[in-house]
Design a protein around this ligand. Structure first.
Ligand code: PLP
Length: 394
């Protein structure tokens, strides 16, 4: 029997069935490639939902983890440790003057941002959080409430009060929803889970102006778009504005679990002792890994490669669009890529897997493609040729 059969048996017996899994069991990975337990090789163009943003097991990240593991893995947040300090410095130097709170996941980073906004608005009676339809903000009770998709909420009611959804990229809808109770507006600059929906520059600038005018906290969820994937270190840098709070997770840890909320200027002082905490947040081992991610992006010039390969991949996908009538639209920002189809995409992504290419399908009809930032031209060529082959059989 193939090795995977036994492992799937154990999952069926011992693990909650909360995921729609495909029959693929990964054993090891390096860069853009990974191998299953039976030795088959794959090209990973959706590495862990964008977690392995600089590729799997990046040598700088692995070295940093090894080095730190010999010294100190975890220490309580009542003490100081150097990796946490250096990582916070790196984040701030790459974004805007402010302060960082460390958590362990995207949902937790967003919880910190929402708690900050609630605390900031509290004495003025402001508590409402406006978010966007088709957004995705995580799976805690507050974050499924913030998420603008009914499917994540069903069965979990009653949900916390004070969350309102409006359509994305519609400034008039936001203006109508704002009241004197509005504490925050929270959105992803590019809705990834929602189907690669890209905020326009005018919209983002108008949101910034509205938040300034009404003393509303502007929260950008950059859990998926951050760490270079949008061609700049953070996607907001494509818009000529700064958020009041940005949240990061996924690619920040180079494969280890981390979340961070980065509050600009005065917002950095809102959460005080006793108001928020995390046992594991900012542990030395995870911060050492994340610091190595920043170093790798800089030293390996990965932002330049991201922009170059993003443009190249887009050009190649546009050629596929001309060839296949069921390709409706291609939406990209650097290496954040959505291919919208007129047909369901599930079979395509499964067929790609059989051919040795891992991608994702979201919102039924949108192929989501997010190769590591250090992807090469040859790897793009190979991935697109697999897509072409799969498309040609439809
Ligand atoms: C993945 C994701 C989250 C949730 O992150 P977790 O680490 O799974 O809690 C939140 N927001 C966005 C935009 C995401 O892509």
């Amino acid at each position: 029997m193939k090795k995977i059969g036994k492992i799937i048996g154990l999952y069926d017996k011992y693990i909650m069935q909360t995921y729609k899994r495909v029959p693929l069991c990964i054993e090891k990975a390096k860069g853009v490639k990974l191998w299953d337990v039976d030795g088959k090789e794959y090209l990973d163009f959706f590495p862990g939902w964008a977690v392995s943003g600089i590729g799997h097991c990046h040598p700088k990240v692995v070295a940093a983890i090894n080095k730190q593991a010999k010294k100190l893995l975890h220490v309580s947040n009542n003490y100081y440790s150097e990796p946490q300090a250096l990582l916070a410095e790196a984040i701030i130097k790459n974004s805007y003057p402010g302060k960082v709170f460390f958590a362990n996941s995207g949902a937790e980073a967003n919880e910190a941002a929402v708690k900050l906004a609630r605390k900031y608005g509290h004495d003025k009676g402001k508590f409402e959080i406006i978010t966007m339809t088709k957004s995705f903000h995580g799976r805690t009770i507050a974050m499924i409430t913030a998420t603008g998709q009914d499917k994540v909420k069903i069965g979990f009611e009653p949900l916390p009060a004070g969350f309102i959804h409006v359509p994305f990229n519609d400034i008039e809808a936001v203006k109508e929803a704002v009241t004197d109770k509005t504490a925050a507006i929270m959105l992803e600059p590019i809705q990834c889970e929602g189907g690669i929906n890209i905020a326009t520059v005018e919209y983002m600038k108008a949101l910034r102006a509205l938040c300034d005018e009404k003393d509303i906290v502007l929260i950008l969820d950059e859990v998926q778009t951050g760490m270079g994937r949008a061609g700049k270190m953070f996607a907001y840098q494509n818009y000529g504005i700064e958020p009041d709070v940005m949240t990061l997770a996924k690619a920040l840890g180079g494969g280890l679990p981390i979340g961070a909320a980065i509050a600009r200027g005065k917002f950095g002082g809102v959460l005080t002792p006793g108001t928020h905490a995390s046992t594991f947040g900012g542990s030395p081992i995870v911060c050492a890994a994340a610091l190595a991610v920043f170093e790798a992006i800089k030293k390996d010039k990965l932002l330049a490669n991201t922009n170059k390969m993003g443009a190249y991949l887009r050009k190649k996908l546009e050629a596929l669009k001309k060839k296949y009538h069921f390709v409706k639209e291609i939406r990209t920002v650097a290496l954040i890529i959505g291919v919208e189809l007129n047909i369901k995409g599930e079979d395509i992504y499964k067929e790609c897997m059989k051919e040795g290419l891992l991608i994702n399908c979201t919102q039924d009809t949108i192929l989501r493609i997010m190769p590591p930032l250090n992807v090469t031209k040859a790897e793009v060529d190979k991935a697109v040729s697999i897509l072409d082959k799969v498309f040609s059989k439809l």
